[in-house]
Design a protein around this ligand. Structure first.
Ligand code: NAD
Ligand code: LMR
Length: 326
């Protein structure tokens, strides 16, 4: 059996965590041969609820769950952590955009970035789920100057998976038939779910669906899916968000399938003309625990304008939290 790894999860008594923790402990994220120690962080009023979640985790008798710690102090929860899933943040309600949460949530990520910098494993991998996820990840990263900036990522895998599901349904295919989907930019209503490179059973997706459907139905449906779920459920997506977080970390660690890629919010290196340092979602392949942006994809005029619109929004979000970016 391998040596256990330490996985810190924030917002551990919340909705997403209620799905996420059980799947991590079952081995869905890091493999069925990788024991995990869960280091759970909550705020003081939620510590009782967190104890209940921990009791349930215990009651599952997961063979891979090698230990658990519960804390309301980031420096305890992040100590020696190999992975940190930063979920804890306020969710939006009906009628809000995710960036409306910036004021409420940004401070959390500045504090947690500093704590990660001080106590986490130097090889940590961080996934930010709490909204607005891209800018929160940027804040956390900039407050952790001693950690590799590339260790900080934000979640657009849910959008990526949503886009695959919509295209599969439209073409009467299985989700596994769809490859090379891309979500560019921000996890927000300006994101650009792009099918220009996608294939369905090996055939070019743009040849299989009407352009009108792509522009007027597919793109808005994916962009607005989070809001549609809030309207229907009265609460934001939780199990699907947890499942995408599992997918994100699993593929980062174990690699993407040959011939395919995934979308991840990562610090831009200037590829595709996106401002360096912005936390922007790109198509990436993963090998040996490292991600690389897929290069040299053709970008037409429509795609360029969509990619720039979401970049502009990310610049505005970043400029709005300049006081939290050392
Ligand atoms: P929730 O309100 O059910 O749970 C959030 C938990 O975080 C609460 O238990 C709260 O006590 C805790 N928390 C708050 N501040 C904290 C802090 N400083 N440290 C540790 N814990 C803290 O919300 P949820 O449904 O689990 O959603 C969590 C976040 O994830 C929201 O911001 C939501 O918008 C976001 N989200 C992102 C995606 C995505 O695709 N990136 C998808 C779904 C939800
Ligand atoms: C989602 O995409 O479902 C989440 O970001 C929650 C939200 O606010 O839409």
């Amino acid at each position: 059996m391998k040596t256990p790894v330490r996985v810190a999860v924030t917002g551990a008594a919340g909705q997403i965590a209620y799905s996420l923790l059980f799947r991590i402990a079952a081995g869905d994220m890091l493999g069925r041969d990788q024991p995990v120690i869960l280091q759970l962080l909550e705020i003081p009023p939620a510590m009782d609820a967190l104890k209940g979640v921990a009791m349930e985790l215990e009651d599952c008798a997961f063979p891979l769950l090698a230990g658990m710690t519960l804390s309301d102090k980031a420096e305890e929860a992040f100590r020696d952590a190999d992975f940190a899933l930063l979920v804890g943040a306020r969710p939006r309600g009906p009628g809000m955009e995710r960036k409306d949460l910036l004021e409420a949530n940004a401070q959390i990520f500045s504090t947690q970035g500093k704590a990660l910098n001080d106590v986490a494993s130097r090889g940590i991998k961080v996934l930010v789920v709490g909204n607005p996820a891209n800018t929160n990840a940027l804040i956390a990263s900039r407050n952790a100057p001693d950690l590799d900036a590339r260790a900080f990522t934000s979640m657009t895998r849910l959008d990526h998976n949503r886009a695959i599901a919509q295209l599969a349904a439209k073409t009467g295919a299985e989700t596994t038939d769809v490859q090379r989907m891309i979500v560019w930019g921000n996890h927000s209503a300006t994101q650009y779910p792009d099918i220009s490179q996608a294939t369905v059973k090996g055939k070019a997706a743009p040849d299989l669906v009407p352009r009108d459907w792509y522009e007027k139905e597919f793109i808005p449906t994916v962009q607005q899916r989070g809001a549609a779920i809030i309207k229907a459920r009265g609460a934001s997506s939780a199990a699907s968000a947890a499942s995408s977080a599992i997918d994100h970390v699993r593929d980062w660690v174990m690699g993407t399938p040959d011939g395919d890629w995934v979308s991840m919010g990562i610090p831009s290196d200037g590829s595709y003309g996106i401002e360096e340092g912005l936390m922007y979602s790109f198509p990436v392949t993963c090998r040996n625990g490292e991600y690389s942006i897929v290069q040299d994809l053709s970008v037409d005029e429509f795609s360029r304008s969509m990619m720039q619109a979401t970049e502009t929004e990310l610049r505005e979000e970043r400029d709005g939290v300049a006081h939290l970016l050392p």
